[in-house]
Design a protein around this ligand. Structure first.
Ligand code: FAD
Length: 444
């Protein structure tokens, strides 16, 4: 059995490694168009900031290690075409331009996503960057280390935009964040983002909300960002306005794609074409609460779904239990996390829901350094079944979101979670933990 894997970072290498563990005799060929395999892009902001100066720490396994495990690895090789009827792929060697055909029994598509680059006039100026791949991170760090880079403008206030804001402040830059919505982190509800906005301002980030970038100025290298309201000096611009699935090369293959281009897969990671599997940022993922596919490009999903794809390619029929879209972000001294549905999701799905918002502390005031923690719950009206949770605070937020994720996954009602036997000791939590307090505050 020969598997060809397209894309060698998270989902692709998880599938390849799982298949090899289950079937040593399987031939596994990986085509990756970049130079790096199996790395955690999630670590890039902390590399750019200088908190970690060794990029190899982000690499989980090297090309040599995969080769020792018996795989054929080709970096700098891009798959430009898939022919499902012939079970073949067309591959371009990016080093010498050669093009060749290879055949597979099974195909794993794990091409991830590409960063959106809106066609603003001036987009081709130097020092207008994105942060998506290891190569982007290595380059951005070099730019950040230049003495003449003082004013950094970040376009887009989503997860990556906020992480880059923090990285640039850590590196000592003057930072302006421009977001065309009237608030940042729109994946979170307003009660939560309001706290993050305050934290940004407290850390001397210039926030320009409800403002749209129109163009960039410069003579070879960017010098200014023009919006519909103002003009900002910029020695470096980082564009962080979302991603789209890297699936253009699949058009016309008969593989079903969603409206946004994500590959439609079932819970076994199978596409509609026999023998072709997909997972990670190039594909949709089954959502446990929504009970339908969603597009949630996160490493959490890419790892698990890639591994399931590998097991199923080896002959199993594992089904993904479903994502909750659990995600966390550090914004200076704040931890911010979410899991399950947001209020906006519940509205869109026409669920009869109720929300509960509480303020508590991470541990009792009689032990030093207690800090506030805010939790918002979204629950089903009547049954009080927990559907979603978001939280923000200085400490202990993300682990509480993890507790809530398990409760949501298990379809628990707020009343039940309000009595679950969680740990209590003054340095860590109150006898009624913030999770209990939020759950017991759900009224209908
Ligand atoms: P990718 O990691 O994008 O890998 C796809 C690979 O396919 C790429 O290397 C690409 O070169 C290759 N490729 C594409 N097309 C072809 C082709 N035609 N032929 C050959 N090769 C091809 N997620 C979290 O859960 N938590 C976080 O904290 C988090 N932080 C992040 C921070 C940053 C800055 C970034 C950029 C991402 C972050 N993510 C985070 C998201 C996470 O990194 C992705 O969800 C994950 O990398 C997706 O894995 P993947 O294998 O699907 O795709």
């Amino acid at each position: 059995m020969k598997l060809i894997v397209i894309g060698g970072v998270v989902a692709g290498m998880s599938a390849a490694a799982k298949l090899k563990r289950m079937n040593r005799d399987a031939k596994v060929v990986v085509y990756e168009k970049g130079d790096y395999l199996s790395y955690g892009a999630c670590g890039l902001p902390y590399y750019v900031s200088g908190e970690n100066n060794d990029h190899t720490k982000m690499i989980a396994r090297t090309k040599e290690e995969f080769e020792e495990a018996g795989m054929d690895i080709f970096t700098q090789h891009e798959v430009v075409k898939v022919s499902p009827e012939r079970k073949q792929v067309m591959v371009k060697n990016l080093e010498n331009g050669d093009v060749f055909i290879d055949s597979y029994d099974k195909l794993m598509i794990a091409t991830g996503a590409i960063a959106n680059k809106p066609p603003f006039p001036g987009m081709n100026l130097n020092r207008i960057e994105i942060l998506k791949t290891m190569e982007n991170g290595l380059h951005m760090k070099e730019v950040v280390e230049q003495n003449d880079v003082q004013n950094v403008v970040i376009v887009g206030g989503g997860y990556i935009g906020i992480e880059v804001v923090e990285a640039m402040r850590y590196a000592g830059k003057n930072v302006t964040l421009i977001e065309h919505e009237d608030r940042i982190l729109t994946n979170f509800d307003e009660e939560i983002t309001e706290k993050v906005t305050k934290e940004m301002k407290a850390n001397e980030v210039t926030l320009r909300l409800g403002e749209a970038v129109e163009s960039f100025e410069g003579d070879g290298t960017v010098t200014h960002v023009l919006t519909n309201k103002d003009r900002y000096p910029a020695d470096l611009v980082v564009i962080a306005v979302g991603v789209k699935p890297a699936t253009k090369f699949l058009e016309g293959t008969g593989i079903h794609l969603a409206k946004n281009g994500a590959i439609i897969i079932d819970r076994e990671m199978r596409t509609n074409v026999e023998g072709i599997y997909a997972a990670g940022d190039c594909a949709e993922v089954y959502h446990k609460v929504m009970q339908e596919n969603a597009y949630i490009p996160l490493g959490t999903n890419a790892n698990k779904c890639g591994r399931i794809a590998g097991a199923n390619i080896a002959g199993e029929h594992q089904k993904y239990i479903g994502t909750l879209g659990s995600a966390a972000i550090k914004a200076f001294n704040l931890e911010v996390g979410r899991t399950g549905l947001s209020e906006a999701d519940a509205k869109r799905l026409a669920i009869d829901y109720t929300t509960t918002f509480i303020e508590s502390t991470d541990h009792p005031a009689y032990y030093p350094d207690a800090t506030p923690i805010w939790i918002k719950l979204i629950s089903e009206k009547g049954t009080k079944r927990l559907l979603g949770a978001q939280a923000v605070g200085n400490k202990g937020v993300v682990l509480r979101i993890d507790v809530l994720a398990v409760a949501i996954h298990q379809k628990m009602a707020a009343d039940e979670l309000g009595m679950v036997d969680l740990c209590y000791a003054p340095p860590f939590a109150g006898v009624w933990d913030a999770v209990h307090i939020a759950s017991n505050a759900v009224k209908e």
